[in-house]
Design a protein around this ligand. Structure first.
Ligand code: 3HC
Length: 478
């Protein structure tokens, strides 16, 4: 029998996962209102599965029938495992664990679904630190296949083994790691999401454009702002605070816009509004006609061909000059007779074109460039002329962080790749992405980011640098 304390989005999802696996579940909330909200989560989630033909009505009733809801923690006295999923505040968790330690039988395993807090600190609050473990699910818990199983220096090996085995029985893929802030996924994911919020705040590009660049360009299931809204901005803010306290890395300082939204009570999906939720009518794609274009820089032929096919004329004295460049675009602009017509272009995958306007680019040229990209079936992502534009500025530091994590010995390449694929639905893990982009290209991109921002964390990880210097195109795998 399993207890789940806290039936918010995560706790209700976790209760559903156990009940789906045939286990009896006791779900505990603080008061009747919160319990009713938890019941609502369970009913909606399983109802959606019935609507999609994934469960029959009878199966749904059986699943819900295995879950007993209560406001009394004392009902957990006979549970074999209790998972807590209450808010991400250490004092709350410590006080809950003290209580559970008193209520539950001595052999009960107490698990915390903490996203980033120290499992060791939570374990130390009990008289059974060897039977306390981290069991970290991903939102939506019934869908995401990963669980992180977090053992501390005092967790009994049999408890780690038992919880790992149970995770497999739940249909999940466990990745077993030690107790570091953020574990694998949040340590790699949250700094990327936080950085997206910083770029938005700096006006580098718009919310929908950044979301589109990462979703359509990189193939992620959600853009960073849609994902922040799913996770909850309060949770993201708390996690960043914990990461910052451990690392003192400036990139881990919560983005000011997160604090502002959280203070305003705009927490994302759970309150109906966060970064998204104030949508007006979607912006119509730019349409242009009769614009002449020039293309310069590396490999301009494919885009010139596509534009000619779409009926646009090339010209040496163009309305708009598109320049492929990995240097600041403005360095090219100042050498031109008409710098106002220059727009930097960076194609991302098959569907996105980042368009960097310099301080000299005219609004007409920027609009014309967006229209040209729309005409050839690419989503334009207008942005400022900064190293890495949007995608590389968000993706490369994440890949660099993954290399540093592996090099520190915290987790294997296979586990890190699996964690990001199964925990976040990424099409590929960071090492798979790194190898398909090319180690040298990512190393050089990081050097450009470092040169511009002088941010130590952007400097290529020594391992990456050495692999490129040694002419390697893949990470060494055992
Ligand atoms: N509850 C239950 N089931 C849900 C659900 C929910 N909230 N949302 C979606 N689903 C199910 C649907 O029923 C559907 O199931 P089916 O394939 O069996 O029919 C499936 O998920 C796909 O749903 P949709 O077709 O409606 O939507 P998408 O295809 O767009 O997928 C998504 C939605 C699964 C949320 C996908 O966008 C995704 O994988 N996003 C990334 C989520 C992510 O990164 N999660 C990790 C966040 S980090 C975290 O949780 C850690 C924490 O500590 C902060």
């Amino acid at each position: 029998m399993v207890g789940v304390v806290g039936l918010g989005t995560m706790g209700a999802g976790i209760a559903e996962v156990f009940a789906r696996a045939g286990l009896r579940v006791i779900g505990v909330e603080a008061d009747p209102e919160a319990l009713a909200r938890g019941r609502g989560h369970l009913e909606r989630s399983t109802g959606r599965a019935v609507d999609r033909g994934k469960l029959t009505g009878g199966e749904r009733d059986e699943i819900l029938g295995r879950i007993t809801l209560t406001t009394s923690r004392d009902d957990l006295r006979d549970a074999d495992l209790v998972v807590e999923a209450i808010p991400e505040i250490l004092d709350y968790k410590v006080s809950l664990l003290e209580d559970l330690d008193r209520i539950c039988k001595p052999e009960t395993v107490l698990a915390t679904n903490t996203s980033s807090l120290s499992v060791t600190a939570v374990a130390a609050a009990t008289g059974r630190p060897g039977r306390v473990i981290g069991l970290h699910f991903f939102n939506p818990a019934p869908v995401m296949r990963l669980v992180e199983v977090v053992g501390t220096v005092v967790t009994e090996p049999s408890v780690v083994a038992g919880i790992t085995e149970l995770s497999v029985r739940l249909g999940k893929t466990p990745v077993t790691v030690g107790d570091r802030a953020g574990f694998v996924v949040n340590r790699l994911l949250l700094p990327y999401l936080n950085q997206a919020a910083v770029l938005l705040d700096l006006g580098l590009a718009g919310r929908d454009e950044i979301d589109a660049a990462m979703r359509l360009g990189v193939g992620l299931p959600m853009g960073p702002f849609a994902l922040l809204d799913l996770i909850g901005l309060d949770t993201a803010y708390e996690i960043m605070g914990v990461l910052f306290d451990e690392t003192r890395d400036r990139r881990h300082a919560p983005a000011p816009v997160l604090r502002e939204l959280v203070t305003a009570g705009l927490l994302g999906r759970k309150t109906g509004r966060g970064f998204h939720g104030d949508e007006t009518a979607p912006r119509e794609p730019e349409q242009v006609a009769g614009v002449t274009f020039g293309v310069a820089g590396d490999d301009p032929s494919s885009i010139a061909e596509a534009l000619t096919k779409a009926g646009f004329a090339g010209s040496d004295d163009p309305d708009v000059l598109l320049r492929f460049s990995d240097r600041p675009v403005v360095e090219h602009a100042v050498r031109l007779r008409r710098p106002s017509s220059l727009v930097g272009v960076h194609l991302v995958g098959d569907r996105v074109a980042e368009l960097a306007a310099t301080v000299l680019t005219s609004p007409e040229a920027a609009r014309a460039a967006a229209g040209l990209m729309t005409a050839i079936g690419r989503t334009p992502v207008p942005c400022k002329d900064r190293a890495g534009f949007v995608v590389d500025a968000l993706l490369y530091p994440y890949l660099n962080d993954a290399v540093r994590m592996y090099d520190s010995g915290y987790a294997s390449i296979a586990d890190i790749d699996a964690a990001m694929r199964l925990g976040c639905g990424y099409p590929a893990g960071p090492f798979e992405m790194l190898e398909s982009l090319g180690l040298a290209r990512v190393r050089d991109g990081l050097r450009a980011l470092y040169a511009e921002h002088r941010e130590p964390a952007y400097a290529p990880a020594p391992l990456l640098d050495h692999l490129v210097t040694a002419g390697m195109t893949a990470l060494p795998r055992p």
